[in-house]
Structure formats: structure tokens, C-alpha cells
Design a binder for this molecule. Structure first.
Ligand code: MLT
Length: 407
């Protein structure tokens, strides 16, 4: 009799954003005359930057001629893209990352979900709350947790992000091995200062631990004091893996391109205490299970590093940040406190009431979709996340509708 991986039975029946999509679809089917505005899942709405479109077309044309046709590319990504990333995302910010420490992939969701495979099933986890659900759910699937009791899995050290700590969690008082951090944060939009990240790097070093640093939203940072990469912190090469994505930077949620940085100096240990290069392990995993991102898509991604590409990407992220500013102002005017939206595309609203109830109220009375904070963890209860990813017209309409619904 074939048996299942029973760890899956510890999970909630469906993934947060699938659950929300189901509820919204049920609402729209029952109310076809009431169009909804989606400020829930962080999915981009603006067309790809022109430089990316041009590169995508040119890359596709190359596939039409035998002389320039491409079959399988390098699993880790083409050198032209890895070199551009190393130069513009790292060297330009004073961080030393070599092109061959960069693994191009089809998404940060997959990478930050898959990375745990290369670590022992008994590593001690530190995971923020609220949090992007992929970090928790993939560890549950792998069997690193016990059951969920009262909204929390046994076996995880939760790092609470609350109004009291400005939504930047404190370093835990216990030793842990694998630490998930995300800044600018999803869902709160909070950012971490250089001093805060320096403390995390010191903690990881002291514990021979590894930080998994998700900086998918770094392109939204406008405060010049805030680091864009964990590698801007001295010593981070020896303790951190970083995830970056073109999704929110350049509108690639449908096009699919991201990358993960695994420095060659990063070590993890076997049961006998021997050090192993994490880079070699991830390379082994990546080349076994992945065959690379398509050539035209990598061409399109590389285009954002040209002078014109940088301008276009900045204009696009500025556009979403202007939406975020409108949302913050409107939310404050309604009497709610909120954070985020200034260095991130998410606004985290302290709703002061049950988050699913508030979600239902906004859906039913305003036809606006947000994300209930409880879906991101226990500390998310009482909050909702509003995404700035939509057209200006829809954001303005949604804010008018929310104001009317809450009158
Ligand atoms: C979100 O809404 O949190 C993100 O869009 C999810 C993702 O990037 O997978």
C-alpha cells in the first residue's frame, strides 16, 4: 500500500494565496455585476519595461536562425546575466560576489522553498512571524516541524514582528541553525537597518548558522541608509544565502526570472563536524533538478542593467511606490495606523480586528481584495496587507470604495 508523506497532513488544506483566490472567485461568481479590485497577492500589473521587451524580441529572433539558435543553456544561467548581476547588484554596492556564485532560476518562491533540501532534517529553524508562508510550509513538508498547535508549528523558533519592535524581530535568546529573514519585508513592508543586519550576521557566525536572506523587494528601497543586500554587511559572505527576483523589480511575475547567491566561502557541516561548501551542494541540487531559464527571458533580465534599463525599472518601482503613498494616506485618514509602503510595495495595516473578518468586509462591501494578516502567522492577526501593485485608477477607486464601506 503506497503511503503518503504524512508531513503534508500537518499543513492547512490550501496555500494562503490559493485560498484567497478561491474565496474571491466564489464571490465574483455569485456577484457577476460587482467587479472586484485586487490588492491582495503581490502581482504586478504594468507592462514590462521597453528595454526588456526589446531584448525579449531580439532573443526570440535569435532562436529563429540555426546560427544563433540555443538549446539547453547553462543550468546556472548565462554568463552575460550572471556577470551583469555581480557587477550592478553587488560590486556597485561594495559587496564582493563573483558571477559564479550566482544561480539564475525561474523564481525566488521556488528557490527559497527548495533551499532547505540541502540541510539536515533536524536543523533548528528561526522563522519570522508574520512571514511569507513558503518558508514555513516547505519546512513542514520536509518534516522539520511537529503539529500546528494554536497557529504555530512545534519545532520552530518564531521571531515575532509586532508594533512593539517596529516589526523587525529581535535576535532569539536560543541557538538556531537556519534563519529566514526578508527585508524589505513581505508582508509588513518593514526594512532592517545596517546595525540590525550586522547583529544578525554576528548571531549567525556565533552559532555556525546560515541566514536565508530574501531581498525580492530591494528595488523599492528609497532610504539611502538601508542596505539592499545582506552582503553589504561585513562577514555576511560566510553566513548568508540571498534570494533576488526580477518579478517585483521589473514586472517578471509572469515571465519568470530570479537568482540565488551562494558564496563559495559559506560552509555547513556533516554529523562528524566536517565542513562542506554549500555552493557545491546547491550546484549539485540545481543541476540535477533544473535546466535553466529560457534564453530570451535571461536576455530580457540582463536588459535592466543597461543605463536605460535602470531608468525604466526605477520609473516602474516609483509608480508602485506612488500607489503605496496614496494607500498609506487614505488608511491613516480612516484612523488606522500602518507601516510599509515607503521602501516596499506593501502596506501593513493595524486593523484592530479579526483579519479574516476585515478581509470579508472589504470584499463584500467594497469589492476590494486585501490579504488577511492571520494568513502570514499568528502575529499577523489584527492586521491586513494591502498591495500597491495595480493601476493608479484601480488604486484610487479601491480607496474610495474602502472609505465608503467603512463610513
Ligand atoms: C505575495 O503576494 O506575497 C507574493 O506575490 C507572493 C510571491 O511572490 O510568491
Amino acid at each position: 500500500m503506497i503511503r503518503i508523506n504524512e508531513n503534508f497532513t500537518k499543513l492547512k488544506a490550501s496555500y494562503l494565496f490559493s485560498d484567497i483566490a478561491k474565496r474571491v472567485s466564489a464571490y465574483t461568481q455569485a456577484n457577476p455585476d460587482k467587479p472586484v479590485i485586487r490588492l491582495g497577492i503581490g502581482d504586478v500589473t504594468e507592462p514590462l519595461p521597453q528595454v526588456c521587451l526589446d531584448a525579449l524580441h531580439a532573443g526570440t529572433d535569435e532562436l529563429s536562425k540555426r546560427a544563433t539558435f540555443k538549446g539547453y543553456g547553462p543550468e546556472q544561467g548565462y554568463a552575460f546575466l550572471r556577470e551583469a548581476i555581480a557587477q550592478h547588484d553587488y560590486a556597485a554596492r561594495g559587496a564582493k560576489i563573483e558571477a559564479d556564485e550566482i544561480f539564475v532560476s525561474d523564481g525566488s518562491k521556488c528557490d527559497c522553498g527548495n533551499i532547505q533540501e540541502i540541510f539536515s532534517t533536524d536543523v533548528r529553524l528561526a522563522i519570522p512571524d508574520p512571514v511569507y508562508p513558503v518558508y514555513v510550509d516547505t519546512n513542514v513538508m520536509a518534516g522539520r516541524t511537529g503539529t500546528n498547535i494554536d497557529g504555530r508549528y512545534q519545532g520552530i523558533t518564531y521571531l515575532d514582528s509586532t508594533p512593539a519592535n517596529g516589526y523587525v524581530p529581535a535576535i532569539p535568546g536560543v541557538a538556531t541553525d537556519l534563519i529566514y529573514l526578508c527585508f524589505p519585508n513581505n508582508p509588513t513592508g518593514a526594512v532592517a537597518t545596517k546595525a540590525q543586519l550586522t547583529a544578525w550576521v554576528a548571531y549567525a557566525k556565533a552559532n555556525k548558522a546560515i541566514i536565508l536572506f530574501d531581498s525580492a523587494y530591494e528595488a523599492y528601497i528609497r532610504n539611502p541608509e538601508i542596505p539592499h543586500s545582506i552582503y553589504e554587511i561585513e562577514g555576511a559572505r560566510d553566513v548568508a544565502i540571498e534570494f533576488r527576483s526580477f518579478s517585483k523589480t521589473a514586472g517578471f511575475t509572469g515571465t519568470r526570472c530570479a537568482y540565488t547567491v551562494v558564496p563559495k566561502s559559506l560552509m555547513a557541516y556533516d554529523a562528524a563536524g566536517n565542513a562542506h561548501a554549500v555552493h557545491a551542494l546547491w550546484n549539485r541540487r540545481h543541476t540535477t533538478k533544473f535546466n535553466g531559464v529560457s534564453y530570451p527571458v535571461q536576455k530580457a533580465a540582463a536588459a535592466i542593467y543597461t543605463d536605460e534599463g535602470k531608468k525604466q525599472v526605477h520609473a516602474m518601482t516609483d509608480f508602485y511606490l506612488a500607489n503605496a503613498a496614496l494607500i498609506r494616506t487614505a488608511v491613516n485618514k480612516l484612523g488606522f495606523s500602518c507601516i510599509g509602503g515607503d521602501n516596499a510595495p506593501y502596506i501593513w495595516v493595524n486593523a484592530g480586528r479579526d483579519s479574516w473578518e476585515f478581509f470579508d468586509l472589504l470584499l463584500n462591501k467594497a469589492q476590494v481584495v486585501c490579504t488577511p494578516g492571520a494568513g502570514f502567522g499568528k502575529c499577523g492577526e489584527g492586521h491586513i496587507r494591502i498591495s500597491a501593485f495595480n493601476s493608479r485608477e484601480n488604486v484610487e477607486k479601491a480607496l474610495d470604495r474602502i472609505a465608503a464601506a467603512l463610513k
